[in-house]
Structures are given as structure tokens and as C-alpha cells.
Design a protein around this ligand. Structure first.
Ligand SMILES: Cc1ncc(COP(=O)(O)O)c(C=O)c1O
Length: 430
């Protein structure tokens, strides 16, 4: 069993209260983002290529096409349609299902707001579902299967995967499509299958903080040939790639227009960056996952504190944010105060988990006139529901960005020491 060096409790005045921090300020944490070795050359190549967008005249292969192929192969899926944001990925994934205006989509109560706002943008109504207080993910037995939902968005929250096979079995035969929101789970695997490929459609974000990033970007993946064509049109103003090879100066896109789309296209600079960043993702996973496990074991020694562990079926993690759950908070202290105390001890940012979506300031569809009828239905269907699992995690979890795990075992020992110090701090220590 690992031991954490600790000084006697009485001397452990917290750094937020003027005590000596666990970690000296001259020891930096890993940076984020970390440009891959070929990133600068790829960006320069786009700069001089004469092609900055997929809607530009043809001059050889687009980086966007190349990234789609690389990401498909990485995940083991037939089709990838890159987009400009993870939110757009969710919008077009839902639009591709061809549902009726106002249809209900189940969404976890604990997730980034986009998982629910995308539903409204697609003309549908989100109904929130509770999550497991153990994992932060939706569970099959927590779903309201009698509300007439037509789809469920399952989020792999922060570090561990939701059990998509169990959720798929639960909704089987009920006309409910499983859409995976894998914005926080690039490269996570469940019994050998990648996150994003276990549902009918999988959605990714490549925004700045994600493990695979190009600043702003996203993608939808699917094995369904028909949906893939529709997704292309939905993200490129009703155009999809031609079957033949465009001659120089012609467009690669053809106005097939089987469905009306919008412009959610990924730019060529972002696509080129993604091609390179994908090449370093697995090495980063290895470091992060090793450190996650190491830190989780160190925290096992601290009463009332834990890190969610993956289920046995999950054979690889993809850590987006590192959740440290203080099931027992220091007396009289909130998770926000705990995160401020950890930040002061360690010199790297910790922050409290966000509030569940039923009380999120960011989810207020009634403020947008175009969403008013959906907002009214959303509020009506929400009434009387509660989310104890999401509430518990929202009030007891502190998070740090995954780049904090790109360091060394000594860094993990520092975090564990700071967590122990804060967990046992009482009275005048604050
Ligand atoms: C679970 C989840 N879904 C969707 C999104 C939206 O992605 P984007 O910010 O790229 O639009 C995010 C982004 O943080 C996310 O975490």
C-alpha cells in the first residue's frame, strides 16, 4: 500500500489561510494544449495550399477528408463527418434521425449544457435523467421509458464510460435511438469497442480543452451508410462529397440536397491540426491513465474521498477531467471552497463540478424566442423530477483538467498530499 508523507495535523494550516502550500511555486504543471511534432508544418502547409475550407476549389486531398479517414480507423467505425463544434455534431446527429418537432430526447442531468441545448436546437425537447453517484453517467434503470422518448443522449462523463450496451438493451424495441455524446471520451474503450461507436451515432468535441483538440472542432461517427450521407448534407448546406474525383478548380461538394443543411464545416487549419494531434493521443492516454490509477490508489487511503473507477468492461479510459469526489466534505465547507484550497496548495486549477442541468443558468431556452414552444414543454416535463445522484456529485466533486495527469508519479503524490491535507482540515486550519 502506498503511503503519503504527512506532517502532524495541527501544523497543517491550509495555503488559502496563509499556510505553506504542499507544492512550491517553481515546479510547473504540464501545459495544455501540447502541439504534436508535425503540427506547425501541417498548419504552414494549409497556409500556402490555397485551400482553407472544404468548399474551396479542388487542389488535391483535403485535410478534412484525411482526418475523417484517420479518425474512422482510430475508432474502428465506417464513417466520420467532421464539424466545427461538438455542439454542431449533436445537432446534426439528432437532425439525421428525422424526428418530429417536439419529440422527447433523454439527456443526463450532469453534463455540459450543450448535450441538452443541442436537443432544443434540433427542434426537440430534452428530458433530464439522473446519473449514478458512483460514475456520473446515466444508467439503464434510471431512464423514464414511459415518456415516449425517441432518442437518448448518453454522455461518458469526465473519466469513466456509461454502460451503452445495458442502455441499448433497455431501450430496445421502444423506438428510442442511442446517440453517444463522446465529447469527453475520445479513445475510451468498452470490451474492445471505442466510445462513440457503441450507439447508432457518436458525437465528439475537439474544443481546446478536449484530449483531442484543434481549438474548436467536432465530429459525428456512424456505421450507417445512409445516415453518413445525410450528416454530410446537414453540415455543408445540403451538399455532400461527390462520388467522382473533382478536377482542379472544381468543387468537391455536390448539391445533392436530400435534406436542408446548415454550415457546420470544419476548416482546413483545424483539420490539419487534428491529423497531427491524433498521432500523440494514445501516448498521452497511457500517461494519464497510469497516473489516474496511481492517484486513485493514493486517495483510497483518505476516508470520505474517492475517484470514480471504470467498470470491468471498460478496457481503456479517456480522462477529460479528473473527478475527486469528497463524499464527506470538510466540516462546514463546500466543494467550491475545497477546490479553492486545492488550487492554493498545488498551483494548478481545481474547480467544483457544475450544477445539474435542471438548475443550470446556462440552460434557459425561454430566453430565445425561437425556442419558446419547446421551452414551455421542457419546463412542463421537468416539473416534479429530482436528480439525487447528479446533485450529490455536483455538490461533492472537485475537478482538475486532464493535463494535470500528464506529469509524473511525484505530481500525483503532491495531489494526494494536498487532498489529505484539505480533507482533514478543520476550524483554524482554514
Ligand atoms: C459532454 C459534452 N457534450 C458536448 C460538448 C460541446 O462541444 P463544443 O464545445 O465543441 O461545442 C461538450 C464540450 O465541453 C461536452 O463536454
Amino acid at each position: 500500500m502506498s503511503t503519503i508523507p504527512r506532517t502532524p495535523r495541527l501544523t497543517r494550516r491550509l495555503a488559502v489561510a496563509g499556510g505553506t502550500p504542499v507544492r512550491a511555486g517553481d515546479r510547473p504543471w504540464p501545459d495544455w494544449p501540447q502541439p504534436a511534432p508535425g503540427a506547425a508544418a501541417a498548419l504552414t502547409d494549409v497556409l500556402h495550399s490555397g485551400r482553407w475550407a472544404i468548399s474551396s476549389p479542388s487542389r488535391g486531398e483535403l485535410y478534412e477528408r484525411r482526418f475523417a479517414r484517420l479518425f474512422q480507423d482510430y475508432l474502428g467505425v465506417r464513417h466520420c463527418v467532421p464539424v466545427d463544434h461538438g455542439s454542431s455534431a449533436l445537432v446534426i446527429a439528432l437532425e439525421a434521425l428525422g424526428l418530429e418537432y417536439g419529440d422527447v430526447v433523454l439527456v443526463p442531468a450532469l453534463t455540459w449544457v450543450a448535450s441538452a441545448s443541442a436537443v432544443l436546437r434540433a427542434g426537440l425537447v430534452p428530458v433530464l435523467a439522473d446519473v449514478s453517484p458512483e460514475t456520473g453517467c446515466m444508467e439503464a434503470d434510471g431512464l423514464d421509458l414511459d415518456i415516449g422518448a425517441r432518442a437518448v443522449i448518453v454522455v461518458h462523463w469526465s473519466a469513466v464510460m456509461a454502460d451503452i450496451p445495458a442502455i441499448s438493451s433497455a431501450v430496445d424495441g421502444r423506438g428510442i435511438t442511442v446517440v453517444e455524446d463522446a465529447a469527453q471520451a475520445h479513445g475510451a474503450r468498452w470490451q474492445g469497442r471505442s466510445a462513440g461507436t457503441l450507439g447508432r451515432l457518436g458525437c465528439f468535441s475537439m474544443q481546446h480543452g478536449k484530449v483531442l483538440s484543434c481549438g474548436e472542432g467536432g465530429a459525428v461517427v456512424t456505421d450507417d451508410n445512409v445516415l453518413a450521407g445525410v450528416l454530410q448534407e446537414l453540415r455543408a448546406d445540403s451538399r455532400r462529397y461527390r462520388d467522382d474525383v473533382a478536377r482542379p478548380g472544381e468543387l468537391d461538394l455536390s448539391e445533392t440536397a436530400s435534406v436542408m443543411g446548415s454550415n457546420f464545416c470544419l476548416g482546413e487549419f483545424a483539420a490539419a491540426l487534428l491529423c497531427e494531434q491524433l498521432g500523440v493521443l494514445d501516448a498521452q492516454h497511457e500517461t494519464r491513465n497510469r497516473n489516474y490509477e496511481h492517484l486513485a490508489k493514493l486517495l483510497d487511503d483518505i476516508p470520505g474521498v474517492r475517484m470514480p473507477r471504470p467498470r470491468p468492461e471498460q478496457d481503456r479510459m479517456s480522462v477529460y477531467e479528473v473527478p475527486i469526489v469528497f463524499d464527506r466534505l470538510p466540516p462546514g465547507r463546500s466543494h467550491t471552497e475545497v477546490s479553492q484550497a486545492l488550487t492554493a496548495e498545488l498551483g494548478v486549477r481545481f474547480y467544483g463540478a457544475r450544477e445539474p442541468l435542471d438548475r443550470s443558468r446556462l440552460l434557459r431556452p425561454a430566453t430565445k424566442p425561437g425556442l419558446a414552444p419547446l421551452a414551455a414543454r421542457f419546463e412542463e416535463l421537468q416539473r416534479g423530477r429530482s436528480y439525487p445522484g447528479a446533485e450529490h456529485l455536483a455538490r461533492h466533486t472537485v475537478l482538475t483538467h486532464h493535463s494535470t495527469l500528464l506529469g509524473t508519479e511525484e505530481d500525483m503524490a503532491d495531489i494526494a498530499d494536498a487532498v489529505a491535507k484539505v480533507a482533514e482540515a478543520e476550524g483554524s486550519a482554514w
